[in-house]
Ligand binder design. Structure first.
Ligand code: PAF
Length: 295
């Protein structure tokens, strides 16, 4: 069932709750791929009812980012959700989510949203002032704000997030802990193409050649983990191994090896470490990561 209004979703979920059913939420920005599908399947396996939200959240995009061109494929997304037995696809408009006036032009509304009229959930500086948060200032404020709103609207028992956006899941888990939100966060493994490329809605922007060049992210991470497994634990030495893979087709944003829960820096890697990379390929900013133990 496709619903666009908050009160409609609330009313449905309320019925489920009175029947004592377990509700799962899979928050997405649409353009669903196998990665999302794995979250949906996990949610279906663990919950009685599943809500998938499809909302390209304007407040998590910077002014020069790809909000306008972000792929919007609601019809296909809804069909896919239906075939997976999703109970509700919640696809609100920005006006429904943020209560903007329809007589203003869209851009001025968004500027006002980010600057002065909206209550935000701001995750701690220590967690956002690194990795993606460094180049995407305000991004995680936008993510936490919309996720908190979705949590309040759907009130799920469980919410499912992909490990590809590792910093996002860590920050959401921190928010849930710090704000005593009674929702269990389920972290699901990265889904990859056969080539090793991590699935992402932004892969749609890549040319065929760009797709090949993008394999470097996974190669760098696999090589780091292989070196670690061979006994190299010094973080700087592990990071050094990346440079043999990078060419002038790759614009490295960051390569870090941090603690997988606290995002603290370490001199020596261990089973609790995670290597994370962001790199522009073919003009597209891609991210990927690998954990040294589990997650
Ligand atoms: O990971 C995403 O697609 C988005 O950041 C999320 C969690 C749906 C919030 O808009």
């Amino acid at each position: 069932m496709l619903l666009n209004r908050i009160d409609e979703v609330r009313a449905e979920v309320k019925k489920w709750k009175t029947e004592g059913l377990k509700v799962g939420l899979v928050p997405t920005m649409g353009a669903l791929h196998e990665g999302h599908l794995s979250l949906i399947k996990k949610a279906k396996a663990e919950c009685d009812k599943v809500v998938v939200s499809v909302f390209v959240n304007p407040i998590q995009f910077g002014p020069s980012e790809d909000f306008d061109k972000y792929p919007r494929t609601l019809d296909a997304d809804t069909k896919l959700c239906d075939s997976e037995g999703v109970d509700i696809v919640f696809a609100p408009t920005p006006a429904e989510m943020y209560g903007t006036n329809s007589n203003e032009n869209e851009n001025s509304k968004l500027e006002r949203l980010s600057n002065d009229i909206l209550t935000y959930v701001c995750p701690p500086f220590f967690y956002v002032n690194k990795l993606c948060g460094k180049s995407r200032v305000g991004h995680f404020d936008g993510v936490c704000t919309v996720v908190m709103k979705l949590f309040n609207i759907v009130q799920p028992d469980l919410a499912f997030f992909g490990q590809k956006d590792a910093q996002q899941v860590i920050i959401i888990k921190k928010m849930v802990k710090d704000l005593n939100i009674p929702i269990q966060i389920i972290q699901c493994p990265i889904v990859r193409e056969k080539s090793g490329l991590a699935l992402s809605s932004r892969n749609k922007y890549l040319s065929e050649e760009g797709k090949k060049d993008a394999l470097v992210l996974n190669q760098i991470l696999n090589n780091i983990k292989m070196c670690y497994n061979k006994g190299i634990t010094n973080v700087e030495a592990l990071k050094e191994t990346a440079y043999t893979y990078l060419t002038n087709k790759h614009e490295l944003d960051y390569l870090e090896i941090l603690d997988k829960d606290s995002l603290e820096e370490k001199k020596e890697a261990d089973e609790n470490s995670i290597a994370l990379i962001a790199c522009k390929v073919d003009g597209v900013r891609l991210i990927d990561n690998i954990t040294f133990g589990g997650f």
